[in-house]
Ligand binder design. Sequence first.
Ligand SMILES: Cc1cc2nc3c(=O)[nH]c(=O)nc-3n(C[C@H](O)[C@H](O)[C@H](O)COP(=O)(O)O)c2cc1C
Length: 175
Amino acid sequence: MNFYEVIKTRRSVRSFKPDPIPDAVLQHVLNAARIAPSGGNRQPTRFILTRDEQRKKQLVPLCNGQSFISQAPVVVTACGQDIRGNRGGYMGKLSMLVDVAVAFDHLTLAARAEGLGTCWIGSFDNAGIKQFLKIPDDFQVVALTPLGYPEGDPFIETTDRLPLDQLVCEEEWHL
Ligand SMILES: Cc1cc2nc3c(=O)[nH]c(=O)nc-3n(C[C@H](O)[C@H](O)[C@H](O)COP(=O)(O)O)c2cc1C
């Protein structure tokens, strides 16, 4: 699939078939996240896969009741370690958010290329998920996503984005 087609048709998927993901496909998707760049190549991102039906359901209240996540055969939780860097001079402990977001975006785009749906979940209980997944203290949960084959055909090109002339300016700010 053409790279730009992947980007244009990656949409948030909130309805999934129970069909399992073949191991080779899952490995492709996880590898796309693995090879993502990170500041100083520190690689602070880690992923936890939840496949057990009961445990997926237990994640739902920790994601503020977003029940569709448990429909997918896999729920991916991305977490990041404090990189003890001070990137940009102001981000401090949250510097790892950039690295985890880059890796997570690789994952969502690779998933789309494989015909899999994802939905970036940013609404969750960090402390509750850390406890449930036994994530160490120096890591924070950054995002989750269900991962699975979509019900229906949600991969429709998005139209609800700002036009470029409202995003980009030349030489100095004049938006
Ligand atoms: C950082 C972030 C957090 C998000 N959190 C949620 C969430 O908790 N639940 C949800 O259903 N969608 C969530 N989304 C999905 C957005 O609502 C969605 O990406 C946006 O409306 C654009 O739609 P599209 O992904 O289909 O192009 C999140 C997206 C991002 C990037």
